[in-house]
Design a protein around this ligand. Structure first.
Ligand SMILES: *Cc1c(COP(=O)(O)O)cnc(C)c1O
Length: 365
């Protein structure tokens, strides 16, 4: 079986360096918010091109803390794509604000910027953009709308570490950005982890306290905060893996380019790159197939593992049953047809060729 993603193989490339990191923390005797978290925050801010980075417990917390930091809550609305991973939407609900779903563009799967403005009301406070599947949203029109209406731009970069837009990295394209270091992401820890990047000094100072019980100084609490800290033990692991991120993303691009150039089957719609091909980091390689179950069974029979990102749209989830009668036809079509093919920095050429061969031989009957 060609695995969808071989995480063990990805991490074992760095076994010695990762174990050295664990050893360093173990011997330091300091296990929460120590020098390793600080060092990683500095490195990651530098990588993204922002002034600040705050390490937090996971990607959902990163989003939730940004919204809290901007004081967006009950009675406020936040614009968010209707086809994202549920966490983007949960972060708005968790603050008591209302998520306003906007349909994506069927070509890029990212927010359709021409549909944003019609959803803006006097309650709208922010646009939460999601750089889905590894490709940046089209930020110039979004920035123009946000400026015109005085809205914050919050980026969900959980799938796009290192992606570019006009030579700037995601994480540095809005007011504040959330990253996840869930193990399967392009930059993944050996457990949960997350970060916020921003150039907003006021927000940064507030977030440094909010993630730590609302405290800047031990036993003095400025805010009703959270416990959401990046684990000290994950920090040296992330620092080591950050050194390889560019190379890993480049390898993902090579595989995506090979797939795009060699998959030829009228039943299979290939992904579209909006800008410069060097800007996409291919967290997943998503194709669309009308008879998806049939296709996935066929791939499985031929020993190729595939996945769906994601099978159920947020407005059809039990958790959001209040949206049951809303219609988002593009989002529904995407959720019904998308399939992700194997892609990872450790995939071998023979497996890449085999995936192409199997996809090209697929027939509906
Ligand atoms: C993974 C992911 C998240 C959540 O990250 P966690 O670290 O698992 O909380 C948020 N948004 C998107 C788009 C994601 O893919």
């Amino acid at each position: 079986m060609i695995p969808f993603l071989d995480l063990k193989k990805i991490n074992l490339r760095h076994e010695k360096a990762l174990m050295d990191g664990v050893h360093k923390v173990l011997h330091s005797g300091w296990y929460i918010l120590g020098s390793n978290v600080k060092a990683f925050e500095n490195e990651f801010a530098e990588y993204c091109g922002t002034q600040y980075c705050v390490g937090v417990a996971n990607g959902l917390d990163a989003l939730e803390l940004i919204i809290r930091g901007y004081d967006i809550g009950a009675g406020d609305e936040v614009i968010v794509p209707s086809n994202t991973y549920i966490a983007s939407i949960l972060s708005i609900s968790a603050n008591g604000a209302t998520p306003v779903l906007v349909e994506p563009d069927l070509l890029t799967y990212n927010l359709d910027t021409s549909k944003i403005e019609e959803h803006i009301t006097s309650r709208t406070k922010a646009i939460l953009v999601v750089h889905l599947y590894g490709q940046s949203c089209d930020m110039n029109p979004i920035r123009e709308i946000a400026d015109r209406y005085g809205l914050k731009i919050i980026e969900d970069c959980a799938q796009a570490h290192g992606a570019l837009y006009d030579d700037k990295r995601v994480g540095n394209l809005g007011d504040a950005a959330a990253f996840s270091f869930y193990p399967g992401k392009n930059l993944g820890a050996l457990g949960d982890g997350g970060a916020i990047t921003t150039n907003d000094e006021g927000l940064y100072n507030q977030l440094m306290a909010l993630r730590n019980y609302g405290s800047h100084k031990k036993y003095e609490n400025l805010y009703k905060g959270y416990n959401s800290r990046l684990d000290e033990l994950q920090a040296p692991i992330l620092s080591e893996k950050l050194k390889w991120l560019e190379q890993d993303n480049e390898r993902r691009r090579e595989i995506a380019t090979y797939y795009s150039g060699h998959i030829i089957n009228s039943e299979v719609t290939l992904p579209t790159v909006l800008h410069d091909p060097e800007s996409h980091v291919w967290h997943v390689f998503v194709v669309r197939v009308k008879e998806r179950n049939h296709f996935m069974e066929y791939m499985n029979r031929n020993d190729v593992q595939t996945m769906i990102h994601y099978p159920i749209p947020p407005h059809r989830q039990e958790a959001y049953k209040e949206w049951g009668d809303h219609e988002y036809p593009i989002s529904e079509q995407i959720h019904a047809e998308v399939v992700s093919l194997p892609i990872s920095p450790v995939m071998e050429m023979k497996d890449i060729k085999r995936v192409v061969e199997v996809v090209n031989e697929y027939r509906t009957d």
